[in-house]
Design a protein around this ligand. Sequence first.
Ligand code: COA
Length: 184
Amino acid sequence: MIYGERIRFRHIEREDLPSFAQWINDPEVREGIGPYLPMSMPNQEKWFEEMLNRPLDEQWFALEVREGEGWQMIGNCGFFGADHRVRSMEVGIMIGDKGKWGQGYGTETMLLLNKVGFDTLNLHRIFLRVNENNPGAVRCYEKAGYVHELRQRQAALADGEYIDLLYMGILRDEWLRDKISQSN
Ligand SMILES: CC(C)(COP(=O)(O)OP(=O)(O)OC[C@H]1O[C@@H](n2cnc3c(N)ncnc32)[C@H](O)[C@@H]1OP(=O)(O)O)[C@@H](O)C(=O)NCCC(=O)NCCS
């Protein structure tokens, strides 16, 4: 387990897949993420098997929050697309439980991913891609220290309209600087 203040990351188990399928099949959740069509359980199982074949640092986490005495899974998150020479990885997050949106869990998750990425995986930079029509996600990433790096014009499609794709990133030095300024 990797623990934050109100959250923890654990490895994904096969039993988690029905919840992932349910979330990805919710149009409101799916709108912000990569898969643009509903996914079946066999699709989920294929994704899971492929993930198990990837290096450990590219295997995603189940995201859990404290619920009474126990823990409740609300989504998943993780790293992918490692560039080992530059020590750069892309990061992704899905909070599938919509009842948990807007309570700071996304920001806390991104901050814990930063810690894992820089302190454990020894990355130099972490970046992400987000659709311009996802302001809640953009705000969450800004709060976690990510800066706007570039805007790819009309590189995504939403409801039949081309929209811009935003690239945001954080460097190890920026993360260290924020960490030091927060502890003072
Ligand atoms: C995007 C996501 C991770 C954000 O998680 P979250 O827990 O809701 O985020 P937080 O509560 O930490 O922060 C959200 C911030 O965005 C703000 N926000 C939400 N909706 C907004 C909107 N329409 N316009 C502007 N700001 C908005 C919130 O007010 C909050 O900022 P504040 O704390 O300054 O008030 C989560 O909603 C999610 O997983 N959505 C579905 C999948 C997805 O879109 N993933 C991202 C793919 S790039």
